[in-house]
Design a protein around this ligand. Sequence first.
Ligand code: ZN
Length: 332
Amino acid sequence: MAAQYEKRVLTMDAWVQKQGYPPFCEVVTQEDGLANLQLIVDKVRGKEVPRVPAVSAFIEFCVGMMTGEVEKGGCRELRADPQLYATAGYGLSQAEMMMPLEKKGTFGWGPYKDAPYKLQSIQQYATALRVWLKEELRRWPDAGVANPMYDGWVASVMNYVQKELPFARMEERLPPALTTGVFNEVISHIDPTSQDEMSTALYLQAGSIHGDRAHDWYLSDRENLRRLAPTVEDPDQKHGVMISHESTKNNKLREERHKGLACPSWCEQEVAFTAAGQLDVTKMCASCMTKHMQDMVDQSLSGATEETLESLPMFVEIKEIVDLPAGSNLVR
Ligand SMILES: [Zn+2]
């Protein structure tokens, strides 16, 4: 059997049978040798009537998934059947290969065997059953049998499940957040003479502090970055920088959006270097890195007017023009 949703239906059928419900589906081998899942048909007063699962059977199955009574990885007895599940190999059944008893977790088998079913999984079972029943019931258009998955009780139970269960996103499955320790490692290893490495480190750190994008920084000019320090008029002003992002992908109107990057209490508000010539992360912060970047540009443009400097992009690579062929008019 190929279709994933057929396997889900079969798993539910096997589980509800253990709770005392009659089976409602069976695997039928077709002429072409392929197996497919069909509804069991009863004869009622000489008429063919497809047998559908009871609404309460699905509800019990739902509750079983929530409480952990329905084991993850499917029904072990079914997976032991080579007629239903292609044999995994080495003469072992899928149950023996994929669901070895010694590897069973709190909630069954598989990579998340120790965590209960998530909302998404339960919804996948409900969808599989609803769609499969809908398709099967098309074969008996005149039998007058309704799809139990459209019953109001099913909708109520699914609402309840949605309220009770968390979404599939789980803290431990997310990639780790960048921590200060990791940043400090990055900054203490970058080449302080490389604008590329400096700007990358700055994107990382500023981005983690207030969600700036590299894109925001890339389009900023030097005049968009203003250094802040306490003054006589404003002695409460903290050290740091004020960045004005005007052009971003999510700021179509190009409104000025000011974001402050303050020096933390331990920062000495100066670019500091270690004896080895690396940036000293114990004495300076991301805000101070912006000063270092500007100093680098200033040095390579010594002699430029303040006005020229202000009009430059924040990050700029400067090269001396040498051997310019006569007639060149496109210089970047
Ligand atoms: Zn600082």
